[in-house]
Ligand binder design. Sequence first.
Ligand code: FES
Length: 159
Amino acid sequence: METHLSRAEKLELIRSRPGGKDRLLSVLLDLQAAEPSHCIDEETAVLVGAELGVAPARVYDAVSFYAMLSPAPQARFTVEVCESAPCHFSHAGRAADLAERALGVRVGEDTPDGLFALRAVPCFGACDKAPAVKIDGHVYGPLDEAGLRAVLAQYKEAE
Ligand code: FES
């Protein structure tokens, strides 16, 4: 069952990070990483602003500006498959099919446990490794279904 960080846990994390207002981004990233829902909700944004002496609007701006921050709950890991032409005409379909079978969801969906989001993206520079997936910045390929399941199992175990 997913839980949320308590107010006390959030305060402890914020106060453990040295520095002044310039630590806003690092504090938000650390809070998001620690939060089971992997987002910065309104309550957290207000708390961060109050603790760092930053206007709430500036905190909201940061959360909406940076792609790695999210105001809404998101999956722990993002599994990306390439949708660009070279892979599309060679192996991208296979990568998407592999990932859909291994995760049990379609491209664009998240797994019910909130662990993985499956997304189609433009070329991520692994054209020579297709069929490949990219998970939180790490490229794996070429993969077959067993290989992909083994990679996903490592992420599950690490969580
Ligand atoms: S075209 Fe698919 S990874 Fe480059």
